[in-house]
Ligand binder design. Structure first.
Ligand code: ASP
Ligand code: MG
Length: 810
């Protein structure tokens, strides 16, 4: 499991766990694990009742009030369930005080239920116990595991009045402030769902109210972040249980979320979003069962209008109808207000002034309440003939600007017209298009809508860094292969941006390859300012291709990852970065579900990383990775047989362009070290580059010279190498520059080794790379991959292969 990525400093972050995340002992332990990983000693945890406890409490109330003989048994059942939950979650010592408290609570409940008539407060009191039990149990579990945790009953600070419930924010904030000040570095596990009135009596926040508790708490505590953990990772483009291809939306704007909630989405409730809009908290939805399965972030910055993003439905909707004999518009406006003030804004309304008719739609749960309130309000409200018609469903598209997207509207009308349609209503704010139909089996309709709206090719924007040899070779390759890739993978590719050392060009409509190759006119850019532009790109995905050798660019990888930009690199400085940076990067990649491919960094086009990757994921234990990873050094040592001094070979190689412009870059072993680190990490070992032993072939006396002087004094390399060669001969072997990582001892080295004459490293074509991978099954006889490990075309091809690989998984 990855750690929650910290967007800068989090202050008193709120994390809310729902009933399904707390259904049994395993769930409680899973949640405790998540809280450990947060590493936030001041987190505020909000909990719902365990599993279906609230439902059971409500059932209990109805059994007792109706005098049902099964009532005592139901209470005993509930007692048994909670007892078992405590006993299976905690050890005996930690569980004992909780069991005693539970017995007390059960007695309290029994005593309250004894009474002949219960008032609202007593009914609320009974229902409050689920949350109390959750918070106590979780706090104790955390404390038992050594975290500074305590439970907090929300009735101690959350003050409410009226109906529907109004929060006294000023007083609640004051009380909470005092409690928090007292518990600065403590994880508080707070009861959701419940509050108190001025007399300290229990009030409830409504069914599923603990999401509201969470965002409310975040607002009162001025928290920077709130996360709602449930059994789904967030908001999908459609209900994934009904529409298989539904996609998780990683970002949703606050108005879109509010519209979705208003339309009855079970993932988000309208009330939950109120405090979000009114405070600075950053809201995220995540899944407690699979924390790494992505998330939805609710964004407050206005988003570009993309039209429909979600198809949503309410299966069981009820239509209320009334006739309005006079002053039609005014009366409807007034009624709309009147309902909104009672938190009963309808899902959809249809004005039919020509028939003096007003139709409004509710979910079944809300319809009853709306109906009875409206019935009492007529005729004072200016309407008559209120009727309730059952057996409807609602289908809607949600997304900023959907009503202005002609094509999407057309699809929608088209699909709905084939149904028993009552009406279609575009929202005034442009956020939704709602249809009310007579009840049908909705699944085929949802599927069809989802397909016609969202199965368009994914638009992928490519951002290129570096226009050198390899970059240019890749551009030509891209030009050749673009159409085929697009067709095979159902994507639409654009060259969104290109950067070189002078600056960059960015064009959301895409740049032409020709222009980039022949007429590149960059404007100068300022990091990280231009990253802001990336926020508004309008592509479904962005991929950065790093063809540079720039360490500075790698420093910006985290910023790219945070913006969900995938990375493909020929640049070794990322994969071989120093340990702390690399580990943070890796964590952030997992958190943002961003991919980082770097098959071009080692062995160019040779499938070395792919092989390691496959061995690793097939469960093979990789034992040793070794080989000759440098084409230059391979060439030098294949030719170094004593017939001429080493320096002469270096000079030849340099003159033929087989070395880096400064041959010391090859001879100092640093480049090989980077490759070794990348491979080790690929194999699943966090090899720290600082721990690799590298023997430098360049004597210290030559290290600091300028290049000319170094070339003049090349012969100073010769003596130690001549001695090494003589020694190798004596041992009956040859001299090779070998990189080696032993996964067992963790030892890693780069330098000269004497290799036996029949060894795979002894006979190579000069310049070839060789990689040997020893595993438990390839032990005596390691897996060997050998071939040209450098070159412009093969490296560009490796980048292209990575791109293909990435696109298949998007
Ligand atoms: N336990 C309460 C309910 O079931 C509150 C919640 O789960 O959010 O409605
Ligand atoms: Mg719940």
């Amino acid at each position: 499991m990855t750690m929650l990525q910290n967007d800068g400093d989090q202050r008193r972050p709120v994390h809310k766990f729902g009933g399904s995340s707390l259904a049994d002992a395993a769930c409680f332990h899973r949640v405790a694990g998540i809280i450990h990983n947060l590493a936030q000693p001041d987190a505020l945890i909000v909990v719902s009742a365990p599993g279906k406890t609230t439902n059971r409490l409500i059932e209990l109330l109805s059994l007792f009030t109706s005098g049902d003989s099964a009532a005592p048994e139901a209470l005993e059942g509930l007692h048994g369930f909670q007892r078992n939950l405590i006993e299976t979650t905690l050890d005996e010592e930690n569980g004992a005080p909780l069991l005693a408290a539970l017995d007390d609570d059960i007695q309290t409940i029994a005593a309250v239920l004894e009474q002949s008539r219960l008032d609202d407060h007593q009914r609320s009191l009974i229902q409050s116990f689920g949350e109390v039990w959750s918070s106590r149990l979780l706090a104790r579990l955390l404390a038992g595991q050594g975290l500074p945790a305590a439970s907090l009953d929300a009735r101690r600070f959350l003050l409410v009045s009226g109906s529907p419930v109004q929060v006294d924010e000023a007083e609640s904030r004051r009380r909470l402030g005092a409690i928090l000040a007292e518990h600065q570095d403590r994880i508080l596990v707070v009861t959701g769902f419940i509050a108190a009135d001025a007399q300290g009596r229990t009030r409830l926040l409504g069914r599923n109210g603990s999401d509201f508790s969470a965002t409310l708490l975040a607002s009162l505590a001025d928290s920077s972040h709130a996360t709602i953990w449930s059994d789904v990772p967030g908001v999908f483009s459609a209900d994934p249980r009904r529409v298989k291809e539904a996609r998780l939306l990683t970002r949703l704007s606050l108005p879109e979320a509010a519209e979705l909630a208003r339309l009855g989405s079970p993932v988000l409730h309208s009330r939950t979003l109120g405090p979000v809009a009114a405070s600075r908290q950053q809201l995220m939805l995540r899944c407690s069962y699979h924390p790494d399965d992505g998330h939805t972030r609710i964004q407050r910055q206005p988003q570009r209008a993309q039209g429909a993003r979600i198809v949503t439905a309410v299966d069981d909707a009820v239509l209320l109808e009334m006739s309005i004999p006079a002053r039609y518009q005014e009366t409807v406006d007034a009624l709309t207000d009147w309902l909104a003030r009672r938190e009963l804004a309808p899902l959809a309304c249809k004005r039919r002034p020509e028939r003096q008719l007003w139709q409004i739609t509710y979910t079944r749960e809300q319809a009853e309440q709306a109906f009875s309130l409206l019935r009492d309000h007529q005729p004072a409200g200016g309407f008559e003939g209120l009727q309730q018609r059952e057996g409807f469903s609602l289908v809607a598209l949600v997304g900023k600007g959907v009503t202005a997207q002609a094509e999407q509207c057309l699809h929608f009308y088209h699909a709905l017209n084939e149904q028993p349609l009552e009406f279609i209503q575009p929202a005034k704010n442009g956020l939704s298009l709602v249809a009310v139909v007579r009840k049908v089996v909705l699944d085929p309709l949802l599927l069809r809508l989802h397909q016609s709206l969202f199965s368009r090719p994914r638009r992928v924007g490519l951002v290129l860094f570096g226009r050198g040899n390899i970059g240019q070779a890749w551009l030509r390759l891209y030009r050749e292969q673009k159409a085929r890739l697009e067709q095979e993978l159902n994507v639409q590719l654009s060259l969104y941006g290109v950067f070189d050392s002078r600056g960059g060009m960015l064009a959301s409509q895409g740049l032409e390859v020709e222009q980039v190759l022949n007429d590149f006119q960059p404007r100068s850019i300022v990091w990280p300012d231009w990253l802001e532009d990336l926020e508004e790109h309008g592509f479904d995905s962005l991929v950065a291709l790093d063809f540079t050798a720039s360490e500075a660019l790698v420093q910006h990888y985290p910023a790219l990852v945070q913006r969900h930009v995938h990375l493909i690199a020929a640049n070794k400085h990322g994969g071989a970065a120093e340990q702390a940076f690399y580990l943070r990067l890796k964590q952030s990649l997992a958190e943002h579900r961003v991919q980082f491919l770097s098959n071009a960094t080692v062995g160019a086009g040779l499938p070395v990383q792919t092989a390691i990757h496959q061995l690793r994921h097939s469960g093979e234990q990789i034992r040793v990775i070794s080989g000759l990873f440098s084409g230059t050094l391979s060439w030098l040592f294949q030719h170094f047989d004593g017939s001429q001094p080493f320096s002469e070979l270096v000079l030849q190689a340099w003159q033929q362009g087989l070395t880096e412009p400064d041959p010391r870059e090859d001879l100092n072993g640093q480049d090989v070290k980077r490759k070794l680190v990348i491979l080790a990490r690929e194999a699943g070992f966090d090899l720290d580059p600082a721990k690799v032993r590298v023997s430098n072939l360049v004597p210290e006396s030559l290290a600091a010279l300028d290049r000319e002087r170094f070339i003049d004094r090349l012969d100073e390399l010769d003596q130690p190498l001549a001695e090494a060669l003589a020694q190798a001969r004596e041992e009956g072997g040859v001299l090779r520059h070998v990189a080696r990582f032993d996964t067992h001892s963790g030892e890693a080295s780069v330098g000269l080794e004497v290799v036996a004459g029949e060894h795979a490293f002894a006979h190579l074509r000069p310049g070839d790379n060789v990689f040997a991978i020893e595993t438990q099954h390839y032990r005596q006889n390691p897996l060997v991959i050998q071939g040209p490990g450098a070159g412009r075309e093969v490296t560009a091809a490796a980048m292209q292969a990575d791109l293909w690989q990435l696109l298949t998984t998007l």
